[in-house]
Design a protein around this ligand. Structure first.
Ligand code: UDP
Ligand code: MG
Length: 323
């Protein structure tokens, strides 16, 4: 019998743990597939872990992987992929904003031969206009900049085949933008559309800072265009400065110097700030090189439940397996 792994990252989700488990279990038991629910506790400070542990004691379908601290949503999903043993993997949020009732439809498309089935949001409910607007802008900007096609309005709620998961396991980058990485792997991909519900309970675990980091990872890990802009900017401003020089010479010959001082101050500020902007953009890329060069592991697992075999330990895999 084929096996489906459902991956659920959780950060301070004590209010939704039980509901999430109930709904996922009901759906998976209705599909006649073998299944496992991999719950990643991303360093929660609340009752998430004890609640998960209690569920896992009773139900061996539940695997719990608990981090030593909060490593972030994308890393939690990565760990889920590392530990999954299914023929297909489904990534879903714990808050039930992405309706698990879509999972059988995803599995159906997978059985038809699609290796990636992603869910595209038609509507988002219960989210602020600020979040909707920034998200809509971000996906469109990313779509124009990225070197691979990253579909707009899709989150991480998706099904991926074991083959895709195997490729993702080979990617060790720290600044992860999983939906981009999945696009990067290629394969046959298709979409289903849905309306995103409200959170079942609790508050968003994605404050503005985390949202900006994710957006940065999307853009800087999938596009070299900002670097090219720096070059074009440099070329443009060099040309402008030559023109200004000519203007300056003419002005000093004709004795027209009063307004020129203001002009000079303006251009000084202008060039100064664009220089900083250029440095900032380059900094984003340098920062990523720096992070990668340290070679630290992506996450640290503190506790595990119902996860047994040596095979699934991502950091202790024999080297041959990684090649
Ligand atoms: N999450 C996580 N680590 C974090 C932040 C979030 O594992 O540092 C999980 C969270 O528990 C949820 C999913 O990622 O299952 C999506 O988070 P959330 O629903 O808060 O994001 P939103 O839907 O508001 O964008
Ligand atoms: Mg949510």
């Amino acid at each position: 019998m084929k096996k489906i792994s459902v991956i659920v990252p959780m950060y301070n989700e004590e209010e939704v743990v039980q509901e999430c488990y109930n709904r996922l279990t009901t759906i998976m038991q209705g599909t006649f597939y073998n299944y496992e629910l991999i719950m990643i506790n991303d360093g929660s400070h609340d009752e998430t872990l004890p609640k998960l542990q209690r569920i896992a004691e009773k139900d061996k379908h539940i695997k719990v992987v608990s981090f030593s601290r909060n490593f972030g949503h994308q890393i939690a999903v990565t760990a889920g992929i590392d530990y999954a043993q299914g023929d297909a993997l489904i990534i879903i949020d714990a808050d039930m904003q992405d309706p698990p009732e879509l999972m059988p439809q995803m599995i159906g498309l997978w059985e038809q031969g699609y290796e990636v089935v992603y869910a595209k949001r038609k509507k988002r409910q219960g989210e602020t206009w600020f979040k909707k607007m920034t998200a809509a802008c971000f996906y469109r900007v990313l779509n124009r900049l990225a070197s691979v096609h990253i579909p707009v309005d899709t989150g991480d709620f998706r099904l991926i085949d074991q083959k895709v998961a195997d490729q993702l396991r080979r990617l060790s980058e720290h600044h992860r933008f999983i939906r981009g990485l999945v696009s990067w792997t290629g394969y046959r991909q298709t979409a289903i559309t849905y309306e995103r519900d409200e959170r079942f309970a609790g508050e968003t675990k994605y404050p503005l800072k985390k949202m900006l980091t994710l957006a940065g990872d999307g853009i800087f890990s999938f596009s070299d265009k900002p670097l090219q802009w720096v070059l074009y900017m440099g070329m443009l401003f060099f040309t402008i400065s030559i023109c200004l020089l000519v203007l300056g010479i003419i002005a000093s010959i004709s004795g027209w110097s009063g307004t020129l001082a203001i002009w000079l101050i303006c251009t000084m500020f202008f060039f100064g700030s664009t220089l900083l902007l250029a440095l900032g953009i380059m900094g984003q890329y340098v920062l990523r090189i720096h992070k990668e060069s340290r070679g630290r592991p992506l996450y640290i697992v503190d506790k595990k439940m119902n996860v047994d075999s040596y095979e699934t330990e991502p950091y202790y895999q024999p080297v041959e397996k990684m090649l």
